[in-house]
Write a protein that binds this ligand. Sequence first.
Ligand code: GDP
Ligand code: MG
Length: 418
Amino acid sequence: LGGSISHTLQQMSNATIIDEKVLSDCLNEISRALLQADVQYKMVHDMQSNIKRIVNFDDLAAGHNKLGIIQQVDFIQQAIFNELCKMLDPGKPSFTPKKGKTSVIMFVGLQGSGKTTTCTQYAYYHQRKGWKPALVCVDTFRAFCQLNQNATKAKIPFYGRYTESDPVKIAAEGVERFKKENCDLIIVDTCGRHKQEAALFEEMRQVSEAMKPDLVIFVMDGSIGQAAFDQAQAFKQSVAVGAVIVTKMDGHAKGGGALSAVAATKSPVIFIGTGEHMDEFEVFDVKPFVSRLLGMGDWFGFTPRHMYEQFQNILEMGRIDQVLSMLPGFSAESMPKGHEKESQAKIKRYITMMDSMTDAELDSTSTKLMNEARTELRPNDHEKESQAKIKRYITMMDSMTDAELDSTSTKLMNEARI
Ligand code: GDP
Ligand code: MG
């Protein structure tokens, strides 16, 4: 899958001019991949139209002499990438609980979606950061045992009852008790085991009314497929869903349903579940998620040469924030104000480093170098250490033989590094 997109983009890079047909082929390929990744048909269609609107062929043609073909391809790749990132951004953050202040968080979702697992993971994640979480179970027998076991293992206070008693009453009791105990995160696992869907939603609504949660989290199985939109919408219509967690991202699922869930609930994805264990749980990060959706590595086909050309281009225009936003896991916002000069200097040093790279290295899609660059570009990091590393890099290349420098094998380079 990823291979076929890479192939298409490679073909694009080999084109001598980007025209409507090249773009169309590329978009079709990417759309196929997105549909296979369970992104809703309508959203794929919207993405296509938006990209076609953004990419202005006259501008591209006019700039053809100035912009290399690689830069044109980068421009289109970035446009697609950004469009998908935008689709995962509902425009407003979810409610964020504050340590030391009591928040009630209610988890909803279909049976089997991973609610009970996620409740414990969410509690454990916060507990490790010094919070005082507590778990309340308003589900029936099975979940009671499961959650009770998990809670005991993680030493998290737990409230629930064995009987199939009134879930609204249990929820209210649990929340009240943990408020008294000054827990700052009261996590409520709800039921998903009704034969009648209507009854499930009614019970959920009643529990929500009784507890008045600060946040309702919709838990969605990442492999749910095209059903994601309707499912998320059904929950949103019954309770005030304010955030999404996508589970089972450790399997084959690419999680394209997340785009639907965001659209249907107008809420952001906040975490992803990557396994059944307590710590297989990660803060949601949009760029790697979109890369995975597209079936590509972190770099979306970027090679050091792409970066090199972009760096030079952007340095000329003085847009440091743009350079930074190209790096996965790094956003313009993470850049403290007043550090622009420093960053500019860092990027210049990178260009120097890249000046001494071989063609093979510049065209390699290996992420090793990029990851080093990213680490070292991070502000407030050990500046001196980074400088020393770059100097070592350049020295190492200075001492390479012509054969090594001209070799297209990366094996030599790796050996040289060791
Ligand atoms: P609930 O019915 O919504 O409470 O779902 P559960 O938490 O009971 O999870 C249903 C099943 O999915 C269980 O067998 C879990 O161990 C499993 N599960 C939950 N989250 C994940 C995950 O992120 N990855 C994998 N592989 N399995 C998961
Ligand atoms: Mg459960």
